[in-house]
Design a protein. Structure first.
Length: 233
């Protein structure tokens, strides 16, 4: 008897919750169009860096900063050229395939993200940005369509930074090639007048990635020179 009472209460609560959910629903109105431009899945081993696979993705953004969305179509044999980004970039491969190479990988071993034509859901990877140099190549036989969302871009700055080829990969081209289309879908600007400060922070952050200066003798005692702290935490 007690079991029946508990069941009845549970059913009543469920029905009541469903009724409340229906009552507070607020359907949109006046929306002329709302297409989903691209959709992809971020796999568990999302990172093309071995030591970062299966780890959570954490993105920290500065304010003010820009967010830009770009559609890119690369023909077979084409590439993005070697480049980096001022902040993280979320890349959805809607169709085709893209092979990503890191400038700091001296083995030049690429990671390929391929989309099954029969599956409408694409592939996703996240580039860490902040000076991380890389190149994307279409090594397939069909066009590759990408949608890239650039985050933490300094206000008014370009979301792409060209870099020279690292020299240890057989393909040396730094400039993009085979780009059928590469246009910005939208770019909302954040308010504020701190673009120069943000750009300075990025340059400082990139300098901090360089190897520390060698240990030198100072007054007969080995001591490392004091490093300037020019970056914000």
């Amino acid at each position: 008897m007690q079991h029946k009472k508990l069941t009845a209460v549970a059913v009543a609560v469920t029905v009541g919750a469903a009724g409340v959910g229906t009552a507070i629903a607020t359907p949109g109105s006046g929306i002329l169009a709302a297409p989903v431009l691209a959709r992809g899945t971020l796999e568990a081993d999302h990172s093309h860096h071995e030591h970062k696979r299966h780890k959570p993705v954490k993105i920290k953004l500065q304010r003010p900063s820009d967010v830009a969305v770009q559609q890119v179509t690369v023909s077979p044999g084409g590439s993005t050229g070697w480049h980096s980004h001022p902040g993280p970039a979320v890349v959805i491969i809607k169709s085709g395939s893209l092979t990503l190479y890191d400038a700091d990988d001296r083995t030049c071993s690429g990671t390929t993200y391929s989309v099954d034509p029969a599956n409408p859901v694409g592939k996703v990877f996240i580039d860490e940005g902040y000076g991380h140099a890389h190149i994307g190549r279409n090594e397939g036989s069909t066009n590759t369509e990408l949608y890239v969302t650039y985050l933490d871009v300094p206000v008014g700055a370009a979301p792409r930074i060209d870099v020279p080829a690292p020299g240890h990969c057989p393909f040396l081209a730094s400039a993009p090639s085979g780009l059928v289309t590469a246009h910005a879908v939208t770019r909302p600007l954040s308010s504020g007048a701190h673009a120069n400060r943000r750009a300075s922070d990025i340059r400082c952050r990139e300098r901090s990635r360089r190897p520390a200066p060698p240990v030198r003798a100072c007054g007969g005692v080995n001591a490392r020179p004091r490093q300037r702290r020019c970056c914000r935490p």
